[in-house]
Design a protein around this ligand. Structure first.
Ligand SMILES: [Zn+2]
Length: 110
């Protein structure tokens, strides 16, 4: 057990076991995924896709999706809004991966 609260400023929620490592409550973990997904998407549209960027995206998508799957199947939130956000995060990841793969294809045909 941990007695460490979520690391986000004024948040007083304790992280679920699966998020101890991140020190984030579910709500802030999902917000973090949202931000990082958008940051990656911006990088994809702003610059030439590098192997490093692609690898970073694939790694992020795979690790995060696995974590979300654990939360969603073992410890789903009671709150309907949070459930929706959990599903939405999964869709954002799928979309990001698709974009990364599309960029890769475009580069191959160049
Ligand atoms: Zn929090």
């Amino acid at each position: 057990m941990t007695t460490t609260k979520c690391k986000v400023g004024s948040c007083t929620t304790f992280p679920p076991p699966v998020l101890y490592e991140q020190r984030l409550c579910l709500e802030h973990y999902l917000a973090d995924i949202h931000d990082r997904t958008h940051a990656f998407a911006r990088q994809l549209s702003n610059q030439e896709t590098t192997k490093e960027l692609e690898a970073a995206i694939v790694q992020f998508v795979v690790l995060t999706a696995a974590k979300i799957a654990v939360i969603g199947t073992q410890n789903p939130p009671q709150d309907q809004l949070l459930r929706g956000k959990l599903l939405n995060a999964m869709l954002l990841l799928a979309d990001l991966r698709e974009r990364a793969e599309r960029n890769e294809k475009q580069e191959e045909t160049r």
